[in-house]
Ligand binder design. Structure first.
Ligand SMILES: *[C@@H]1O[C@H](CO)[C@@H](O)[C@H](O)[C@H]1NC(C)=O
Ligand SMILES: *[C@@H]1O[C@H](CO)[C@@H](O)[C@H](O)[C@H]1NC(C)=O
Ligand SMILES: *[C@@H]1O[C@H](CO)[C@@H](O)[C@H](O)[C@H]1NC(C)=O
Ligand SMILES: *[C@@H]1O[C@H](CO)[C@@H](O)[C@H](O)[C@H]1NC(C)=O
Ligand SMILES: *[C@@H]1O[C@H](CO)[C@@H](O)[C@H](O)[C@H]1NC(C)=O
Ligand SMILES: *[C@@H]1O[C@H](CO)[C@@H](O)[C@H](O)[C@H]1NC(C)=O
Ligand SMILES: *[C@@H]1O[C@H](CO)[C@@H](O)[C@H](O)[C@H]1NC(C)=O
Ligand SMILES: CC(=O)N[C@H]1CO[C@H](CO)[C@@H](O)[C@@H]1O
Length: 811
């Protein structure tokens, strides 16, 4: 999250509430449904497993012919035993099948009310009723079918809206649809505010869904998804169909602000704008946009990394030329386009960097491995000038902005030397792994934690049951499924090779007890393989946490030499700030002196020397700065030692869309390593620092852990706060987009005015072959520090809100 910083954007006019004619044509049964019926007729007599009848709902799960067409999907077909451990209502229901709430999905019935009922039932954290909550999670499942909606589907806090990967639900707006967006993740309230502060919208997902606006007249400014969100959110495997008629006013995704975030595996057809998007930072991977007028309209940002963006048949690919209200400054800080393509598109990228070169570092741009096919202009300047020619060719590597190179620093515009990508990019593109859906698995290939006897109630010691689940599932080739809940463990749980581990609504493994109490004797909570292990590890949609004082807890220790296909998707750590953690406002109020009861973890994640093939996608390692379950996001002081310590000697590693926040010694540290690609990486320094500062961290320096020695590092004067990124004795690190932020000095943002909340934030020691693209920093006087010297001063590289350099190459 970030503190409230008003960006004073005139956004209201961008988000026109749809006003449609009153006429309403009753649509015929949709082609998709017909097709689904014939395609899946084999399943007409398919029934849910007997255990599913244990559902809390009395309504039968299958209520109509169309419902019978939902193809098998283990996630939906298994018994639903998810719970919210710290919700006071023992009968609170996590799993909701929209059909149990009356939705038909028949392409004829208006399902708006039924879907909204499925989302809102159970006293959840709704718009205008609460600031945020972890105790009312929900999984809202839409079986295959076409769901007509005439008004917005209002997404609630901590919700996963999930369709069937074997037959994605189509949410189809009626011709007379009226409202801000077909799915609204943060609806505007009558007071003009968003329902939830966009930078605090955590733990959200929409996946396996098609949103279809093609019945809405092309002339209506209709929007498919309104998505101002923050960390631990994702859109995945979503298709958006907009009008392709000439003059179309449709918009696919509208995101006016927030702090995220992850978007992947998206296809959009048509529209005036496919993505109308602005936020601090985002990582966006594998997005295809076809037949839009403007594919991406970048409203503003500090830094966005687009990987495998495929734009086809649009007039304009990416418009990053937005100006601020007075028209004399740019709104977009920086953009990276990696391994992307533009086809049959007049202008690939439009910038204002040349004509409105203010602030001086705004509009920083990296194009690396971007294929053009029948493109008019690759990069067009503000006055229409061609800055980089189009055609049919591949742009190897091109940059615009302030560059710091071995031969000096300068305002750069042009091609740059490519990096040796090596085994990070088999086939030329940096490797990508789609989050496994296990779409062809049956329920017999799933082992449930609760069925095996784990309680997941946040109280019972589940160590043995969790271990049994992980061991048994791996040896049987089954999915180890953590039904929604909080699984308390008092010792290490070990994830063996061949693990496929899946959570539900971000199931939590929470450590407690004396095993993890020794600050000088760190012990892993979840051990991903042992140091001699090799094999497959796939882990998704979970959280690892601690309860109370746990200064010896290493939440995730990754040791395994992983085989191809391995990875960690949407797995997060959360230290403090939630119900049940005993690290909330009551226990850990912001205080003048650190409270040992709030020393909550030694390290969030440790990748050890023997680990290899480490693939992370959308991973947020968070020490809470505020209490999500307080009435108004009240700040707290919770202390952890280290963020991500990465020590794999060989790699390769891919860290896409990772963030590490509020650890007292550092956020990221790479020691004695290399062969890592990452982007976008985002950090925040603890808000309490420099009280105490990094030299006086409650976590004593451990030389064997390569902890920084701040007594020698802090030579610049100013606050000696935790480094965001420390690179030690390493070579071959490629950072595509970094946002390293320091917003506070002892809970005061006054230091932002002088850009001196701390004096250094990125430290490179005894290393070479380090490449950092689109580096943005906030609140630090020196942006990049190497072997005792400041290389890039913030004052020389002022951008929209942060300070930015487009490129650093260490030589
Ligand atoms: C389903 O309910 C029956 C009867 O109440 C019970 O014996 C059984 O254990 C339940 N199964 C599950 C998976 O909860
Ligand atoms: C996000 O934008 C809305 C609309 O302009 C504004 O009310 C809100 O304060 C903004 N939030 C943040 C965190 O900037
Ligand atoms: C969405 O549009 C694509 C391309 O026009 C089409 O192939 C697909 O069938 C459409 N899907 C729906 C649900 O209309
Ligand atoms: C290109 O986009 C336009 C506008 O959406 C559409 O009418 C046309 O059919 C598209 N061409 C192809 C080949 O898809
Ligand atoms: C627009 O940007 C320019 C250049 O940074 C700045 O001087 C001006 O104050 C900005 N205007 C607004 C309304 O923020
Ligand atoms: C139903 O649940 C029981 C106990 O939880 C389990 O042993 C059995 O395999 C389950 N049956 C099916 C069809 O999933
Ligand atoms: C510098 O790095 C190299 C290679 O990583 C290492 O061998 C050497 O010991 C390091 N020197 C110091 C002083 O740490
Ligand atoms: C490397 C580089 O381009 N540095 C520039 C930083 O910004 C100042 C003023 O804004 C310029 O004078 C420098 O040339």
């Amino acid at each position: 999250m970030i503190p409230f910083i008003s960006l004073a954007l005139a956004l209201a006019s961008l988000f026109v509430v749809g006003a449609h004619s009153a006429h309403f044509d009753i649509p015929q049964v949709d082609e998709v449904v017909k097709e689904a019926i014939s395609e899946y007729s084999a399943y007409l007599h398919y029934h849910a497993p007997a255990n599913a009848s244990n559902s809390t709902f009395t309504t039968p799960r299958f209520t109509s012919l169309v419902a019978l067409t939902d193809p098998p999907y283990w996630f939906a077909d298994q018994p639903h035993q998810g719970k919210s451990a710290f919700n006071p209502d023992p009968n609170y229901v996590v799993w909701r099948n929209v059909k149990d709430y009356g939705a038909k999905g028949d392409g004829v019935t208006d399902d708006t009310a039924a879907i909204n009922a499925a989302i809102s039932a159970g006293g959840r954290c709704g718009p205008g009723t609460c600031a945020s909550s972890t105790t009312t999670p929900a999984v809202v499942y839409l079986p295959a079918g076409t769901y007509l909606v005439s008004q917005p589907i209002i997404d609630y806090y901590y919700t996963q809206i999930i369709g069937n990967p074997n037959g994605r639900a189509v949410i189809k707006a009626t011709a007379a649809f009226s409202g801000a967006a077909v799915i609204d993740a943060d609806p505007y309230q009558s007071n003009g505010n968003q329902a939830w502060g966009a930078t605090n919208v955590f733990y959200r997902e929409i996946k396996n869904i098609v949103v279809d606006l093609t019945s809405i007249p092309a002339s209506s400014a209709a929007t498919a998804i309104h998505w101002p969100t923050a960390q631990a959110t994702n859109l995945q495997n979503v298709q958006i169909n907009l009008s392709q008629a000439s003059g179309t006013q449709h918009v696919g995704l509208f995101c006016e602000n927030g702090s995220g975030g992850w978007i992947s595996d998206i296809v959009v057809y048509g529209g005036k704008i496919a993505f109308n998007i602005g936020s601090q930072q985002f990582t966006i991977r594998n997005v295809q946009i076809n037949n839009a007028v403007t594919a991406i309209n970048q409203l503003w940002d500090w830094g966005f990394t687009y990987k495998s963006l495929q734009i086809d048949n649009c007039s304009l690919g990416l418009d990053m030329s937005a100006l601020n209200q007075t028209g004399n400054g740019q709104n977009v800080g920086s953009i990276i386009l990696l391994d992307s393509s533009f086809t049959n598109t007049a202008i690939a990228v439009k910038t204002a960097h040349d004509t409105v070169p203010a602030p001086p570092s705004a509009g920083s741009l990296i194009l690396e491995n971007v294929a053009l096919s029948n493109v008019g202009i690759a990069v067009q300047g503000g006055n229409g000038a061609t800055i980089l020619a189009g055609g049919s060719q591949t742009i190897s590597a091109w940059a615009q902005g302030h560059a710091y190179l071995p031969d000096g620093n300068r305002n750069y515009e042009g091609f740059y030397g490519g990096n040796g990508r090596g085994n990070l990019a088999p086939g030329g593109k940096y490797l990508e792994q789609v989050k496994p859906a296990y779409a062809d698995y049956t329920t017999s290939q799933v082992l449930s934690a609760r069925s095996l006897g784990a309680k997941g109630d946040g109280v019972t010691d589940d160590t043995a049951a969790v271990q049994k689940l992980l061991t048994q599932a791996a040896s049987a080739g089954q999915i180890a499924f953590f039904d929604a809940g909080t699984y308390k463990v008092t010792g290490t749980v070990y994830m063996p090779p061949s693990s496929r581990v899946v959570g539900e609504s971000y199931s939590v493994i929470m450590s407690a007890g004396s095993t993890f109490s020794n600050v000088n004797n760190p012990v892993p909570v979840v051990q991903v393989g042992k140091s001699s292990d090799s094999g497959l590890i796939q882990w998704q949609e979970m959280i690892v946490s601690t309860q109370g004082s746990q200064p010896g807890a290493v939440l995730i220790e990754w040791n395994i030499a992983a085989s191809s296909g391995s990875g960690m998707w949407d797995v997060h750590t959360r230290v403090g700030g939630f119900a049940g953690s005993n690290l909330q406002v009551a226990q850990c109020p912001t205080s003048a002196a650190p409270n040992p009861n709030c020393y909550a973890a030694h390290t969030s994640m440790h990748v050890t020397q023997g680990a290899s093939n480490i693939y992370l996608e959308n991973v947020w390692l968070w020490t809470a700065d505020h209490d999500i379950d307080s009435a108004d996001n009240t700040q707290i002081s919770v202390y952890t030692g280290r963020g991500l310590l990465y020590e794999s000697t060989s790699g390769p590693a891919w860290l896409y869309g990772t963030a590490v926040e509020h650890h007292s010694l550092y956020q990221y540290q790479f020691a004695n390593t290399g062969n890592v690609v990452m982007g976008f990486i985002q950090t925040e320094t603890p808000y309490y620092q420099p009280n105490p500062d990094a030299r006086n961290s409650p976590y004593p320096r451990m030389a064997s852990w390569n902890d920084p020695d701040y007594s020698t590092i802090c030579t610049l004067g100013g606050s000696c706060d935790a480094l965001a990124l420390r690179i030690l004795n390493s070579r071959g690190l490629y950072v595509y987009g970094a946002g390293l932020y320091s917003f506070f000095n002892d809970y005061s943002t006054a230091c932002l005015a002088g850009t001196n909340c701390q004096s250094q934030i990125l430290d490179i020691e005894n290393s070479s072959g380090i490449y950092v693209y689109a580096l943005s920093t906030v609140g630090t006087t020196c942006m990049l520090y190497r072997d005792g010297k400041c290389i890039a001063e913030a004052a020389d590289n002022v951008s929209v809100f942060p300070d930015t350099i487009v490129m650093y190459q260490s030589g």
